[in-house]
Write a protein that binds this ligand. Structure first.
Ligand SMILES: Cc1cc2nc3c(=O)[nH]c(=O)nc-3n(C[C@H](O)[C@H](O)[C@H](O)COP(=O)(O)OP(=O)(O)OC[C@H]3O[C@@H](n4cnc5c(N)ncnc54)[C@H](O)[C@@H]3O)c2cc1C
Length: 457
């Protein structure tokens, strides 16, 4: 496959929370909420170093539409309704077998096919972790009787009934005894679980969607085996607490996407793909750890309640709150790219820029999913700046060089890193001019996971 990588996909709605940071600005739809939660302890995020310091609640179906629209804009071909049933790799590529009998050959294959990933299994990648301890049914149904709305926590987990916007229907999450043999849940099983919690099923009927999830926690032993790579739930599954699953999966895809493009275009060595596992596996492991901790702390019984109250106290300390909130939002991610500027290996902030073409925001430059080079060394004397091929493995072509200066100080935007040095660099005022030395910032990854890399020339 070159350039455009076709995606094969086949699948349901649920309410999604996602940090605003993860959404492309113009896609804002739900009401913003200025906090995330860690094990039921709300953490204010209004002072985190991002423009999008809020949480949005969107139905998953809407979220998928937003992403699908963007993918369509980028003209990525998607073949729907074709299931991958097997694959085999050799030294030069991967053969993919589809349910309609047709085959596809690719240089690389990325398994983004969810927790039960056929591709992960066919590649023989281990998926070690922990078996479920709890199970929940999640459904959208009609109720004959007026229910008790709201969230309830008990020793089995979280129980909730909420009114949906459309058609007088209700969203329900209810825990049930875990059974390793359960398949797709039935309305009868939903009713049984509801009666156990609320003493009634409120006359639940007519589900438009019903599913089941557990706290199974697993991570692929490696995100790469030869020419097969894994991203999203195919690489890691965990209890859906804190709204992190989709974020971390999208970040995986962003991290991998540009690297694959580099390798496919022959601009980088295949070994660049090894950095995907090196950078993303630790991020996934950290999400698994925090969701396991939250899962334990979310349940309600006197000893756990006492522990959670202790956590609440600790999290009321500003430093602790910011650290944990940044982790939940993915703002604390820092890839080890060696010594350098404090922002090296961190997310690129959505700065206001002043360019020869007028004011711009960094994220608006990333919408077409191409690498961007920002030359912030121009100070007040801006001019469009043309940069040729770097030619070095790992850097790649700069498809859209932009000469710019930061129109606002990065001080607030970058407080995860040391702001003073960054502010100096963007403003370009206090740096001593030096012949033949210019600092360039290459945003290696687009959108929320834009990454700062720099080199000198
Ligand atoms: C109840 C619940 C609530 C959640 N809430 C949140 C939340 O608030 N915020 C958040 O960020 N995350 C949340 N998550 C997690 C989130 O849903 C997942 O992390 C995310 O959907 C993973 O995306 P994915 O694309 O990796 O996998 P999936 O969403 O599982 O998508 C995999 C895709 O691959 C397709 N596929 C599978 N097998 C094949 C095959 N053989 N051939 C072709 N196609 C195939 C499937 O049809 C599907 O389209 C929640 C999860 C659950 C269960």
């Amino acid at each position: 496959m070159s350039g455009r990588v076709p995606a094969v996909c086949t699948r349901g709605p649920s309410r999604f929370s996602i940090s605003g940071e993860s959404l492309i600005g113009s896609s804002r739809r739900g009401p913003p909420y200025p906090a995330v939660s860690f094990a039921r302890v709300p953490l204010d995020i209004s002072d985190l170093p991002t423009r999008h310091n809020y949480l949005l609640a969107l139905p998953q179906s809407r979220f998928e539409e937003i992403l699908a629209d963007w993918v369509a804009e980028l003209e990525v071909p998607i073949q729907r309704g074709r299931e991958v049933v097997g694959m085999r790799q050799d030294h030069t590529g991967v053969d993919v077998e589809a349910s309609d009998g047709r085959a596809l050959r690719a240089q690389y294959l990325v398994g983004c096919d969810g927790g039960r990933s056929v591709i992960r299994k066919a590649a023989g990648i281990d998926f070690p972790g922990w078996e479920p301890t709890i199970s929940s049914v999640i459904a959208e149904v009609a109720l004959r009787d007026e229910p008790e709305l709201g969230i309830r926590h008990d020793r089995n987990g979280t129980q909730a009934i909420g009114r949906l916007e459309a058609g007088g229907r209700f969203g329900i999450v209810v825990s049930e005894p875990y059974s390793p043999h359960s398949g797709e849940p039935t309305v009868r099983e939903l009713s049984r679980a509801m009666v156990a919690v609320w003493g009634t099923d409120y006359g639940a009927h007519g589900p438009t969607w019903i599913s089941r999830f557990t706290d199974m926690t697993r991570q692929a032993a490696s995100y790469r085996k030869g020419r097969v790579l894994l991203a999203g739930d195919a690489a890691h599954v965990h209890y859906p607490v804190g709204g992190q699953g989709l974020n971390v999966g999208v970040q995986d895809a962003m991290n991998l996407g540009w690297k694959l493009a580099e390798v496919l275009h022959g601009r980088s060595l295949d070994s660049l793909l090894d950095t995907y596992d090196a950078e993303r596996h630790p991020v996934g492991a950290r999400v698994l750890q925090n969701t396991m901790a939250q899962n334990a702390l979310t349940r309600s019984e006197p000893r756990i309640d006492a522990l959670r109250e202790t956590m609440r106290e600790l999290l009321s300390i500003d430093e602790s709150r910011k650290r944990i909130a940044s982790m939940i939002c993915g703002l604390d991610i820092h890839y080890d790219l060696g010594e350098g500027h404090p922002l090296l290996g961190r997310r690129m902030p959505d700065l206001d820029l002043v360019t020869a073409d007028g004011p711009l925001r960094v994220f608006s430059l990333l919408r077409d999913a191409r690498p961007i080079l920002l030359d912030l060394a121009m100070g007040q004397r801006l001019r469009p700046h043309a940069v040729g091929r770097s030619g070095s493995a790992g850097r790649g072509d700069v498809e859209r060089p932009v000469g710019a200066s930061g129109a606002r100080s990065c001080r607030s935007a970058c407080s995860c890193a040391r702001p003073a040095r960054w502010a100096r660099r963007v403003d370009g005022r206090r740096r001593r001019p030096r012949a033949r030395r210019r600092t360039l910032d290459l945003i290696r990854k687009p959108v929320s996971v834009g990454l700062v890399a720099s080199w000198r020339r």
